[in-house]
Design a protein around this ligand. Structure first.
Ligand code: UD1
Length: 342
């Protein structure tokens, strides 16, 4: 296959690229404008196997179409997007342009150029602020009512994809709704965990990234946003999924579409950890203590977000390997150490 990965220099895209380069013989084309992806990630990927890299923004509509034609792309894995929730509230048009409009154009070019498979990275933010969740967590059938432009920009893209696939035979999709993606490349050298790629996004807002920055001394302290939620210890509960397990789901999706219809899948472990549990785990695996304050709740944070992952497990036979929160925290920390060394 000729596979285009948009946002392939970014966090999740690079982990998918890594697995495709390591475990398949498909021709890989990475398209990225390097706005948040880092060039060094591309060097690391090049050391695995050759691939084509195109430095291009998705808003270059004509060039996107030309690229699909030139490389005879038959499969697209689409990551390139803006992903900061508070920013989406302040600047919604950036999100509707970068996410919904650019994705719509990519889908348009895909159909026009005979692309057969489209794998789309969506988010649990499409579910909004869930209420009345069953014990099994949020299933794909749960109503989608995003509470911010980020979630809505992704949900609208989902809709474009679904309507387009309905109208065009031979064009199929898999949509993944990610829960909380964390951790870094599980790679060992001399029996030591040594991630080659990881999260490099500047001005991080994600919990595990922030906790690892505290552990390496990049930040003096961090805050728990609210300890009065209706959860066991009062802090927010999330379903953290290791980025390599998530990447594996994308590789499976490519094969899945060979014999199955288009579909939407939650990507999470179906198990929740509280903010306190995550911070304590980070302290435990690193042996480093750091200051943690209690702060006000962050606007729009639901108490609990846990996936019902029975669909992806039963239909795609997805079997996660890195469910251990310690390994998730440890890999994030080891990557953060490497980042601060260069
Ligand atoms: C965030 C996005 C979500 C998106 C997901 C993946 C928001 C509101 N939600 O999820 O839409 O799909 O990332 O990109 O931004 N926390 C602290 N202290 C910190 C940082 C976080 O206590 O310094 C807490 C949060 O309040 C939350 C949990 O840790 O309870 C996880 O937060 P975070 O890692 O930012 O992810 P989400 O907000 O769940």
């Amino acid at each position: 296959m000729n596979i285009l990965i948009t946002g392939g220099a970014g966090y999740i895209g690079a982990h998918v690229a890594k697995q495709l380069l390591e475990t398949t013989e498909h021709n890989i084309v990475i398209l990225d404008n390097l706005s948040t992806g880092i060039a060094r990630t591309l060097d690391t990927l090049h050391s695995i196997r050759e691939f084509a890299f195109i430095n291009l923004d998705l808003k270059e509509f004509d060039k996107i179409c030309t690229t699909l034609k030139e490389y005879q792309i038959d499969t697209i894995i689409h990551f390139a997007a803006s992903i900061v929730v508070p920013e989406s509230v302040e600047n919604p048009l950036k999100y509707y342009m970068n996410n919904t409009v650019n994705t719509t154009n990519l889908i348009r070019c895909a159909v026009a150029n005979g692309v057969e498979r489209f794998i789309f990275s969506s988010t649990a933010a499409t579910y909004g602020e869930p209420v009345n969740i069953s014990e099994n967590g949020i299933s794909e059938a749960y109503p989608t009512e995003p509470i911010n432009p980020y979630g809505m920009s992704k949900l609208m893209s989902e809709r474009v994809l679904r309507d387009t696939a309905k109208a065009h035979d031979g064009f199929k999709y898999v949509i993944f709704r990610y829960f909380n993606v964390a951790g870094a490349d599980i790679h060992y050298r001399d029996d030591m965990l040594e991630p080659r790629i990881g999260q490099s996004f500047p001005n991080a807002t994600h919990l595990i990234k922030i906790a690892s920055e505290c552990a390496v001394g990049k930040r003096a302290k961090m805050a728990i946003f609210g300890d009065d939620f209706a959860t066991a210890d009062g802090t927010g509960v999330r379903d953290y999924i290791h980025v390599d397990d998530l990447a594996d789901a994308h590789i499976r999706a490519i094969e899945y579409l060979e014999t199955h219809p288009s579909d939407i899948f939650n990507a999470g472990y179906g198990k929740g950890y509280s903010v306190k549990e995550v911070i304590n785990t980070m302290k435990e695996v690193t042996g480093i203590n750091f200051q943690v304050d209690i702060a006000e709740r962050r606007a729009g944070d639901p108490a609990t977000l846990i996936s019902d992952n029975s669909k992806i497990k039963s239909l795609m036979h997805w079997t996660p390997k890195y469910e251990d929160l310690k390994l998730i925290c440890k890999s994030a920390y080891e990557w953060e150490k490497r980042l601060s060394e260069v």
